[in-house]
Design a protein around this ligand. Structure first.
Ligand code: E4P
Length: 229
């Protein structure tokens, strides 16, 4: 299972990259706006360069099919490790599977984003998407069982041999992360703060304190017996 960070915060990206725990990045226009990356191209190029060869997902900013195709063909040239995020639907509800299909046929990897149910996952996979992002938190907001969507999707992709990988996205808590991992998500993209929470445990910290204290006590005893010898 891979762990992606759902962020454009460069400090966090470098921190988790250095720990060897970060396998890729997902972005969207809202995350970029929040993190002050107003220039999509400059931001995407910077992140792609920091994390290469790991992938960074960059979302198109139009929902007009022809414009989405043109944007995707332009964005993909910014760096060799870019994946293009295409939403399931346009604002008026027109499916975007033809856009996904065309881009994948052109060799442009697609992250089919904003998937909220198993049906959308199946259609994205049939359209050839390399990645399918299931929005775990937002499914839960509507009372849905996101863990079941993730599990059903992973099982179905495997049963029929589709190449698409499930990204559990819209992670809102450590339990969201753990449930998605248990359900078999190929990738989990998470805000960095939940990884930080996962690292910590007061018994681990207390254990280290005790071991260091005892090691120091043992060293003191050796030094004392050397002095007395
Ligand atoms: C995924 O790629 C999205 O960027 C992200 O997970 C959306 O999460 P949200 O529902 O917290 O906005």
């Amino acid at each position: 299972m891979d762990i992606y960070l759902d962020t454009t915060n460069v400090t966090d990206i470098k921190k988790w990259l250095a720990m060897g725990l970060m396998d890729g990045i997902t972005t969207n226009p809202s995350i970029m706006l929040r993190d002050g990356f107003f220039d999509l191209e400059a931001g995407a190029r910077e992140i792609a360069s920091i994390i290469k060869p790991r992938p960074v997902s960059v979302e198109v900013t139009s929902d007009v099919p022809e414009e989405m195709l043109q944007q995707a063909r332009s964005i993909i040239k910014w760096a060799p490790n870019i994946v293009i995020k295409i939403p399931q639907l346009t604002r008026d509800g027109t499916p975007c599977y033809a856009v996904m299909r065309k881009l994948e046929e052109e060799g442009i990897p697609v992250n089919a984003t904003l998937a909220m149910n198993f049906g959308q996952v199946m259609l994205s996979a049939k359209a050839g998407a390399s990645y399918i992002s299931i929005f775990v938190g937002r499914i839960g907001d509507e009372g849905g069982d996101a863990t079941k969507v993730v599990r059903d999707s992973v099982d179905w992709l495997k049963l029929w041999g589709y190449k698409g990988k499930i990204i559990a996205a819209s992670i809102r808590s450590v339990p969201d992360f753990l449930a998605s991992a248990s359900a078999g998500a190929h990738i989990i993209t998470t805000p960095p703060n939940f990884l930080q929470v996962m690292t910590d445990n007061k018994c681990s910290r207390e254990g280290v304190r005790r071991f260091i204290a005892d090691a120091e006590a043992a060293l003191a005893k050796i030094q004392k017996s050397k002095r007395e010898a």
